[in-house]
Write a protein that binds this ligand. Structure first.
Ligand SMILES: NC(=O)N[C@@H](CC(=O)O)C(=O)O
Ligand SMILES: [Zn+2]
Ligand SMILES: [Zn+2]
Length: 429
């Protein structure tokens, strides 16, 4: 059995981690017998990030991203499990669409979950007959793919999912609270002025009220305001924040233009700081990337015409680790936000922690190897990033169920190699 020696875990303990031939963590201890895979002295070892919110764009939009390219980007960013959203073409709202996506997901280098979706033509019988990860994002307003549904269908879907004991993840914006007067503007902040913070707060309140009535597990996707987070938290719903709402604000819009357009939109610097505080103090449950690639050509349009969404799967953990190195987040908080809490919320008992018996989904980082984020170094098909020029701590090595899937030979440039078996559907493990 192979041993990663002398690694510093998220809680500061220095331990050997022995990996069983079956891909599980065999033991965490000191002076463990076994063949040394890595001497990890001075390095941090974390559970692989479980990214509960990605758009890998297949079927239907393979020109933006594919399961192969998106999952390589994930592996190089320390993400060892991804969860794909239903706004593909066809949308993942029936059995055939799920099966089509499950076939395409065989290209994934990392483990994955496939969410079911809801539209007027959804087929819950067939959908809940598949190994769904969760139901969602259920769109309370249109976003990419125009899958917005009305409150009556939302309640029916929440009831159905709850019968199946499936978590419902919600895209919480209420279009009746968008500021239509912003349509006269065409400056970069027009999109943030249009999709108001109030629209999020109202939609969160609606979603968690249905959740409480039904006794559902409601998870608020990409929460972007302190108001929305606090409302969800007060109602016992779980919350997710995306890196762009943690590290970017309306103040970056003049530089980003449409490359900073996403739903929900960037918020004020004041709200960004308030959201960051809630991530740091544990009010927010998880960080997920909402990796939503669009091509440069598609984004080269006016603020009202460009598609919404930004990539993030490869840069999320590096950005968070740089904050931990600066002491603004604890390493334990990063572990909980990106792995342990995700495993708890979505019932993944084999993943999310470095403990004997769990999958050996591991990420090894050298805390001193912080470097600049450059789109040219990233492995997604999306050839731009809104985080260009910021800095992050990228993984030296990522492992999925004991198989090394990524090794960075050159930490400076992120040049490395991908290996390993294909990822598996976590609901089939
Ligand atoms: N977030 C976005 O702005 N876009 C996402 C869809 C979504 O998460 O709403 C996409 O798939 O492009
Ligand atoms: Zn969304
Ligand atoms: Zn999304």
């Amino acid at each position: 059995m192979r041993v990663i020696r002398n690694a510093t875990l998220a809680d500061g303990r220095v331990r050997d981690v022995r990996i069983g031939d079956d891909g599980h963590i065999d033991a965490v201890g000191t002076d463990l017998a076994g063949e040394t895979l890595r001497d990890a002295t001075g390095k941090r070892l974390l559970p692989g990030m479980i990214d509960a919110h990605v758009h890998f764009r297949q079927p239907g939009y393979g020109h933006k991203e594919t399961w192969a390219s998106g999952s390589r980007s994930a592996a190089a960013g320390g993400v060892t499990t991804v969860v794909d959203q239903p706004n593909t073409d066809p949308p993942t709202v029936d059995g055939a669409a799920f099966d089509e996506k499950a076939t395409l997901a065989r290209d994934s280098l990392v483990d994955f979950g496939i969410n079911g979706g809801v539209t007027g033509d959804w087929d819950p019988e067939a959908l809940f007959d598949r190994p769904l990860f969760a139901l969602g994002e259920v769109f309370l307003a249109d976003s990419t793919g125009d899958m917005g549904i009305d409150p009556e269908l939302f309640e029916r879907a929440v009831r159905r999912a709850t019968e199946e004991e499936v978590v419902v993840t919600v895209h919480a914006e209420d279009a009746s609270y968008f500021d239509e007067s912003a349509r006269e503007r065409d400056d970069p902040e027009a999109w943030s002025a249009y999709r108001t913070a109030k629209a999020e707060a109202v939609a969160v309140a609606q979603a968690v009220e249905v959740g409480e009535d039904v006794g559902a597990s409601i998870h608020i996707a990409h929460a972007s305001t302190p108001e929305g987070i606090d409302q969800a938290n007060a109602a016992g719903a779980t919350t997710e924040v995306s890196p762009h709402h943690l590290f970017l604000s309306r103040e970056d819009q003049p530089d980003l233009g449409t490359f900073g357009r996403m739903n929900p939109p960037l918020r004020s610097e004041e709200r960004r700081l308030a959201v960051f505080d809630r991530v740091a103090d544990g009010t927010v449950d998880i960080v997920a990337t909402d990796h939503a690639p669009h091509t440069r050509e598609e984004k080269d349009a006016g603020i009202w015409d460009a598609p919404s969404g930004v990539p993030g799967v490869e840069t999320a953990l590096p950005l968070l680790l740089a904050e931990a190195e600066r002491g603004r987040l604890s390493y334990e908080r990063v572990r909980d936000l990106t792995a342990a809490n995700v495993a708890d919320i979505f019932s993944l008992p084999r993943k999310g922690r470095i403990e004997a018996g769990r999958d050996a989904d591991l990420v090894l980082v050298d805390p001193s190897a912080e470097r600049e984020i450059r789109a040219s170094d990233l492995h997604t098909n999306c050839d731009w990033t809104p985080f260009e020029g910021m800095t992050g701590i990228f993984p030296e090595l990522s492992m999925v169920r004991g198989s090394v899937v990524w090794e960075s030979d050159d930490p400076e440039r992120g040049v490395g190699r991908f290996f390993g078996e294909q990822g598996k559907n976590v609901r089939d493990l």
